[in-house]
Design a protein around this ligand. Structure first.
Ligand code: TYD
Length: 232
């Protein structure tokens, strides 16, 4: 259904995984390596890749809110965030030939609102299609790890708790399973990296996938031939 390849010259890479999988630090480290090789990289995130998105992010991640946000309202808020993100940031950056790395995209909606909140997949696919205009990532790195490990990591980091963090383990088990199923159904796009190991190993494995992908793209031939040594 979402078969529109990224138009224009750039490349669109997304990172997915349950909360606590370590996407954010990994993206920082990966972007650093790509920039060091002279590539034009833009890192971004959902929710909150734009100014409007930052305001929406505050709404749905706030722990205390006067009333519960219904699953459908939540899905629509993520869709609004995405529509703005795609139109105002991702498409122009693709046109400019950048490598865009997004911390979450459409697969988060299928995993969290679909498997997590039990909204019908057909409805979510329609919403995703409207919000993203059919834009599909060229490559998706799925950081996979056991739910209990992710929960322990989050607790040890002692970072500010958001509304999603108060979800129970079963919720994240469903989300993790959905991600693995999405990866199995889209093997050409997904690469699964086990996040349950030292950071440097996770980084190395992820970089290998990214260099292989970039090497297969038109215009990145030289990179595939001279895959840079990865400094850890
Ligand atoms: P965030 O603090 O950015 O967590 P993380 O660093 O793990 O990405 O919070 C984003 C939360 O929003 C996260 O729990 C996943 C959720 N989310 C959805 O439920 N659906 C979506 O479509 C997106 C983009 C995010």
């Amino acid at each position: 259904m979402f078969s529109v390849k990224t138009m224009d010259k750039g490349n669109f890479i997304t990172f997915e995984g349950i909360d606590g999988s370590g996407k954010t630090s990994l993206i920082k480290a990966i972007a650093h390596e790509l920039v060091a090789q002279g590539l034009d990289v833009l890192t971004t995130q959902e929710p909150g890749g734009t100014q409007l998105g930052m305001r929406l992010r505050e709404v749905f991640l706030r722990v205390q809110s006067e009333e519960e946000i219904s699953p459908l309202a939540e899905a629509l808020l993520f869709a609004a965030d995405r529509a703005q993100h795609v139109e105002c940031l991702i498409k122009p950056a693709l046109k400019a030939g950048k490598i865009i790395i997004s911390d979450r995209f459409t697969d988060s909606t299928l995993a969290y609102q679909g498997a997590g909140r039990n909204l019908p997949l057909k409805l979510l696919e329609q919403l995703i299609n409207i919000a993203s205009g059919g834009l599909t990532p060229d490559l998706t790195i799925l950081l996979d790890l056991p739910v209990q490990t992710a929960i322990l990591r989050k607790q040890n980091q002692g970072i500010q708790v958001n509304r999603m963090d108060t979800e129970k383990a079963e919720f994240y088990e469903r989300v993790r399973k959905a991600y693995l199923e999405l990866a199995a159904r889209n093997p050409e796009r997904f690469r699964i990296v086990s996040a349950d190991k030292p950071f440097d190993e996770v980084k190395k494995e992820t970089l290998n996938f990214i260099w292989d992908f970039l090497g297969s793209q038109k215009g990145y031939y030289s990179i595939s031939k001279n895959k840079p040594e990865i400094s850890l």
